[in-house]
Design a protein around this ligand. Structure first.
Ligand SMILES: C[S@@+](CC[C@H](N)C(=O)[O-])C[C@H]1O[C@@H](n2cnc3c(N)ncnc32)[C@H](O)[C@@H]1O
Length: 418
């Protein structure tokens, strides 16, 4: 806090994008973490940020946090918001991003896809004078908050904090900060450790023995498998997929099912579908129950995982899977026009190069799954300029209590537009 820090009373007008309360002060906006609209707070101010000292008039929408670490741990931003306020705050992020891009369309109510909880978590591990510490980063600092349990995780990750600590202790000799990613699979915990550097023979033996003792399904370092005791399967539609270690996976099983349901509903009659940014194929394998699918994705390991799963699944229509960098080599119009629907699910940056090609194509329907409302809105404006109508947008919440939001947008080529 600088010498200019001031103590003042602030009236909170609205919620910001990251969940902070926003007050309109005489000299501009002030962001107040954990304050809610309608509240008056006494706060210590430092520039355009302020910390609550006392809530003078609490909002009726304020609820008790479910985790004792809330406000200290950087993992959650919104455990203090009642259900209605929370759902509308998330939905409004999509509405605002679209209206900034000049698009007005109906945005459906938020679909809750938390389900049984997150199926993947990454713990940071660091050794200091008090020993090995394992947990999450604190909000807006480099402090590490030790975590023994996290209520947003799925039951399959109940052991995750203890397992991460044991593994970090095995690697303590290197003194390097580690990221330990644990995923709940059908066969138990699937672990990928990053930050250590390559493992020599002796460390591999120790880690293999640790995996045995901890009954892990698989243990990898930097994506390289040290030991696979059981295939860490994820059930996706009719298929059982073994994702590459550390490979992308939707945050919750319910989120993946919800996004898939919305994608399938958008392309009910399609017979030939392209799945772009396909990952290990959660949409491809479900689409293939009724359509021929061509999947494209830059990660070779994800393409391999998808191909293997398809080869072991009965009753699917043909699926081809190709490793291709769609930023550098987007599908061109003549390739796109072979499909009667395109599904795409790019990373946060969106898919500008691919979208420019889609905008110029004749593909009748596009289902765009996005994890970033800003890049989605930018890409949506390009599709609209190319003659597509944005029919509906459905926001999906699989990162409960965070500021994160996913969505599915459905675009249809307007009749008569070339
Ligand atoms: C949000 S994930 C979606 C994956 C998959 N659709 C799913 O639901 O699990 C985005 C995917 O895009 C892939 N990707 C990132 N950059 C890419 C690029 N330039 N070209 C092709 N794929 C890319 C990532 O590897 C990742 O699998």
């Amino acid at each position: 806090m600088s010498a200019l820090a001031m103590n003042e009373t602030l009236a909170i007008a609205r919620l910001g994008q990251r969940g902070d309360g926003v007050a309109e002060a005489a000299d501009g906006q002030v962001f107040v973490p954990f304050a809610l609209p309608g509240e008056t707070v006494r706060a210590v101010r430092d520039g355009d940020r302020a910390q609550i000292v006392e809530i003078l008039t609490p909002s009726a929408s304020r609820i008790a946090a479910i985790c004792p670490l809330f406000t200290r741990c950087g993992g959650c931003a919104a455990q203090h918001m009642g259900e209605g306020l929370y759902a509308e705050w998330k939905r409004q992020q999509v509405v605002t991003a679209l209206s900034r891009a000049g698009i007005t369309t109906d945005v459906a109510p938020l679909v809750d896809a938390h389900g049984a909880g997150r199926r993947r978590v990454t713990f940071h591990a660091r050794r200091d004078e008090n020993g090995m510490r394992v947990g999450f980063m604190a909000a807006k600092t480099h402090d590490l908050i030790e975590v023994e349990a996290c209520p947003v995780l799925a039951p399959g990750l109940a052991r995750a904090p203890a397992v991460a600590k044991l593994l970090a202790n095995r690697l303590r000799a290197s003194n390097k900060p580690l990221d330990i990613q644990l995923t709940a699979s059908e066969a138990g915990l699937d672990v990928d450790i990053r930050g250590h550097g390559p493992a020599g023979d002796s460390l591999r033996r120790q880690l293999t023995e640790a995996a045995e003792r901890l009954d892990l399904a698989r243990l990898a370092m930097h994506g390289e498998i040290i030991v696979e005791r059981r295939a860490p399967l994820q059930l996706m539609g009719k298929a059982a997929v073994t994702p590459a270690p550390g490979g992308f996976l939707q945050a919750t099983a319910e989120g993946e099912a919800t996004l898939s349901r919305l994608v399938l509903a958008a392309v009910p009659k399609a017979k030939r579908v392209a799945d772009l940014f396909a990952g290990c194929g959660p949409f491809s394998v479900r689409l293939a129950e009724r359509a021929q699918v061509s999947a494209y994705e830059s990660e070779k390991a994800a393409i391999l995982a998808l191909s293997r799963a398809v080869n072991h699944t009965q009753g699917l229509k043909p699926v081809t899977a190709e490793a291709r960098d769609l930023f550098r080599r987007p599908l061109l119009e003549h390739e796109l026009n072979a499909f009667d629907a395109v599904v795409l699910d790019p990373p946060r940056a969106g898919a500008e190069a691919q979208i420019r090609r889609l905008a110029a194509s004749q593909v009748p329907v596009i289902a765009y799954v996005s994890c970033d409302a800003g890049s989605f809105a930018r890409d949506a404006a390009l599709l609209v300029a190319g003659g597509y109508a944005l029919e509906r947008v459905t926001p999906v919440d699989q990162f409960r209590y965070s500021a994160h939001i996913e969505l599915v947008g459905v675009f249809r080529k307007s009749a008569g537009r070339k």
